[in-house]
Design a protein around this ligand. Structure first.
Ligand SMILES: C[S@@+](CC[C@H](N)C(=O)[O-])C[C@H]1O[C@@H](n2cnc3c(N)ncnc32)[C@H](O)[C@@H]1O
Length: 201
């Protein structure tokens, strides 16, 4: 794919996000993943990690309807959205995990989303390692708060630890798929891992 075409695609999703009132181009990635894998259902309780500026929370909100629930977490402040609880916290902090467990309660969440990205250094190996670290933090939360049979969507920057990481995923979910949505840039090393039907132990 040429650079010119990639720029056009980026511009297209930027304009579409503006036109439809989404806060990020990423909103279309979740829409495309949802269309294909149906990870979120009406009335679900969704936890959105790395939620700023709020695009995925907006898309989730449309799907779950007024009887569902969303909590969004990010290092950055997120402008309020009616009915969504946003927390400005670092997911790698133990205190954040404890706070989430307390808010979620013992019933747990139906869906855990993570679109978290580390600060990009430009060094492929470092960015990959930092991304794996964030994914492992999310997986740690999966064990603690995802309901049996629940779904997990996680962004990962590809690299050498991928094979080991995906093995952990396959132990935890009945169904694991990899997907690069059309709204992702072709030059990007990001891949989305979709774990469906969590096997809670
Ligand atoms: C690509 S953006 C998410 C876009 C979002 N899905 C949307 O549609 O608006 C990645 C986010 O991950 C967040 N992030 C990175 N590390 C984090 C951490 N340790 N704890 C919480 N959020 C983190 C960043 O602050 C950034 O806002």
């Amino acid at each position: 794919m040429t650079r010119w075409y990639q720029e056009k695609k980026k511009e297209y999703f930027y304009n579409e996000a503006k036109r439809k009132g989404y806060r990020s181009r990423s909103a279309f990635k979740l829409k495309q993943i949802q269309n294909k894998f149906k990870i979120i259902k009406k009335t679900d309780f969704v936890l959105d990690l790395g939620a700023a500026p709020g695009g995925w929370s907006q898309v989730s909100n449309e799907i779950i309807g007024k009887n569902g629930k969303i909590i969004g977490i990010d290092l950055l402040n997120i402008k309020p959205i009616d009915g969504i609880q946003f927390l400005q916290e670092d997911i790698t902090e133990k205190s954040t995990i404890l706070k989430i467990i307390k808010i979620v309660g013992e019933n747990g969440v139906d869906v855990l989303l993570s679109d978290m990205s580390p600060n990009i250094s430009g060094n492929y190996s470092i960015d990959h390692a930092n991304s794996v670290h964030l994914c492992k933090q999310s997986l740690n939360l999966v064990d603690k708060i995802l309901k049996d049979n629940g779904n997990f969507l996680c962004k990962l920057f590809m690299g050498e630890e991928f094979d080991d990481f995906i093995k952990i995923f396959k132990n935890k979910f009945k169904n694991v798929k990899l997907y690069s949505p059309p709204a992702s840039r072709k030059s990007s090393s990001e891949i989305y891992i979709i774990g469906r039907n969590f096997l809670k132990k």
